[in-house]
Design a protein around this ligand. Structure first.
Ligand code: PGA
Length: 249
């Protein structure tokens, strides 16, 4: 059984005081049991206060990006070891905004994935097609290639706890979502790719999220699908009320 994982991607939002306030509000709204894994990914600046405020809870904290080297002359970058040292558990890599605006490529996503695993952190690897690619009928091909390249050189024994987020680019922040049937179909194809690149057993363990305009109103329709194991949530993760409703789908 794969444990569902709901992760909030705050992107470039929230001052530290707002971040701490959010966690304070969220805690009493969470379900008592731990049947869903909860992850908050604040900007780098708010990692420390959010980790502090989450102490004693089962909320895990993730970063939104990382560099693949351990240390050195990389002005402005942060290493996996630095994240690990401060108590970070997850790290989003290859988000379409980073691929589109900050030069992330399949190759750097692969380097980041390997570096995170080596440091004992869990990558949340984002893949997904653009509207143009969708309309050209290339959704499967694009996702398959992104997954395969992200995992190049990663041993199956190291890959079991990786998370993949399928985020169609045209659904991010637009209010448009993939239908849960379409998302299931793409995600099932991603799982098939994982089985081919790694092996069947590991592919059955890897959690695959859907992302793109997930809200309290539509989360259940995704979560009832066989291969969808959670959600990566942007806009609706910024308010404690809506994020907690998504967790309690
Ligand atoms: P959204 O963002 O939920 O605001 O569409 C999702 C994401 O970019 O991870």
């Amino acid at each position: 059984m794969r444990k569902p994982i709901i992760a909030g991607n705050w992107k470039m939002n929230k001052m530290n005081s707002e971040a701490v306030q959010f966690i304070k509000e969220l805690k009493p709204l969470l379900p008592e049991d731990d049947s869903v894994e909860k992850v908050i990914c604040p900007p780098f600046t708010a990692l420390a206060p959010v980790i502090e405020e989450c102490r004693g809870t089962d909320i895990k904290v993730g970063a939104q990006n990382v560099h693949w080297e351990e240390s050195g002359a990389f002005t402005g970058e942060v290493s996996p070891q630095m994240l690990k040292d401060m108590g970070v558990t997850y790290c989003i890599i290859g988000h379409s905004e980073r691929r589109a605006m900050f030069g992330d490529t399949d190759e750097t996503v692969n380097k980041k994935a390997k570096a995170l695993l080596a440091a004992g952190l869990i990558p949340i690897i984002c893949v997904g097609e653009s509207l143009e690619q969708k309309e050209a009928g290339n959704t499967f091909k694009v996702c398959e290639s992104q997954v395969q390249k992200a995992l190049e050189g990663i041993e199956p024994r190291d890959a079991g706890n990786i998370v993949i987020a399928y985020e169609p680019i045209w659904a991010i922040g637009t209010g448009k979502t993939a239908s849960s049937e379409d998302a299931q179909e793409v995600i099932a194809h991603i799982r098939k790719t994982l089985a081919r690149v790694l092996n069947e057993e590991v592919a059955g363990k890897i959690r695959i999220q859907y992302g793109g305009s997930v809200k309290p109103e539509n989360i259940a329709s995704f979560m009832e699908k066989e291969d969808i194991d959670g959600a990566l949530v942007g806009g609706a993760s910024l308010k404690s009320q809506s994020f907690s409703e998504i967790i309690k789908y």
